[in-house]
Design a protein around this ligand. Sequence first.
Ligand code: KDG
Ligand code: MG
Length: 407
Amino acid sequence: MSKHDTIVAADVLVTSPGRNFVTLKITTGEGLVGWGDATLNGRELAVASYLRDHVAPLLVGRDPARIEDTWQYLYRGVYWRRGPVTMTAIGAVDLALWDIKGKTTGQPVYQLLGGAVRDRVLTYTHATGWDVPQLLDSVDTQRERGFLAVRAQMGVPGLDTVYGVTREAAGYEPAGRGTAPAEEVWDTAAYLRHAPGALAAVRDHVGPDLHLLHDSHHRLTPNEAARLGRALEDVDLFWLEDVTPAENQEVLRHVRRHTTTPLAIGEVFNTVWECQSLITEQLIDYVRTCVTHAGGISSLRRIAALADVWQVRLGPHGPSDVSPVALAASLHVGLATPNFAIQEYMGYEPLVHEVFRHDWSYADGYLSTGDSPGLGVDVDEDLAARFPYERAYLPVARRRDGSMTDW
Ligand code: KDG
Ligand code: MG
C-alpha cells in the first residue's frame, strides 16, 4: 500500500428498509470502503444533499488518514458552524474515515482509540404500555430478553396518543410515513398526575435491581421538572431524560436544586459547546449526544473528555432512527472510553440487519463489538437499492387549546 491513500469517491445511499436511513460510502484509491451514518430523522434529504452537493466534491483527492484535519476542515472551513444538518454530515464523514483507518491498519476502531477499558457495553432498551398492566408486561418481556436496564414509557389517561407509546404495547417508530406529520394532543398536567404512580408501580414490580429510565421528551417547565424529579426520588431512576426543552440550559439549575434524581440530556445537541455548561456546572449526570448527530467519533470523544473531568458520564442516543453503522461507532467509543455508562438500544426490524450487516451483537443486557477491522459493518447496496426513500415526519404535539408544544 502506498504511504498516502486517496479518497476517490464519496457516495450517498438513501434507503428505507422499514424506515429511512442515509449512509455515506467513502472509497479510496486502494479500494478500501468506509461507511458513515448520516440519518437525521424527518430531515434525511437535507443531509443527503449537504453531503452530495457540498461535501463529497471536497473529499475526493484528500488523504483518508487525516481524520482530525478533515473534521476541522469541514467544521471551521464552512464558516456556518454547528446545527444538526452540518454536524450529521461531518459525523458521517468522520465515521467513514475511522472505518477506513481501521481497515488500513487491520484493527477494530476501539483499538485505535486506545483499546478496551471494558469487555462489553451496558445497554438499555424500551418498554411501553398504555396502562400499567401492559407496561409491566412489556418490562417483563425485556427482562426475559436479559435487559438489565429498561426505559419505561406509559400512556396518559385522557389522551389518545403519547410520544413513544403504542396502545398495543408493541414497538414504536418515532417517524410516520406520509406527506405531513401526525398531530398529537398533549396535556402536561395529566402526565404529571399519572407518571409518578405508574413508574412507582414498575419499581414495586421489578424490585431494586433493574435499572429504570424514563424520558419526558422536552415537555416540562423547570418547575414541573423539579416536581417530577422529586416525586420520582423513591423510584430510584437510573436517569430522567430531557425534562425541559434543550435551548435554555440555565433552567436546569432550578431542577438540580430540588432533586437528586439523575438527569440525562443531549440527544438533540450537535457539538461539545452545547454540552459545555451542562457539564462544567454539573447540571446533568449523563450526556446523551449521539455519535451521528454530534459530529462523529472524534467529536464524541471530545465531549467524553470534557465530561470525565466533571464526573458526567455518556449514555448515547440509540433509537431506531440512527443506523447500525452509528450503533457500531458508538460501541467502539463505549469500549474505549472510561466514562461511557450505557448505550441506548431500541433495536431494528430484521430487514435492517440484512441491509446493514454488522459484527456487533446483543447478549444478556450488554452490547459487544466484534474484532473486524474498522467499524465492523458492511452495507448490502443491492438490497438497500430495493427500498427507496419514503417521506416521513416525526409527529407534532399540540396542547388541548390547539397551540403547539414541544415534541
Ligand atoms: O427521532 C427522534 C427519536 O430519536 C427520539 O424521539 C427518541 O427520545 C428518543 C430516545 O430517547 O430514544
Ligand atoms: Mg430521548
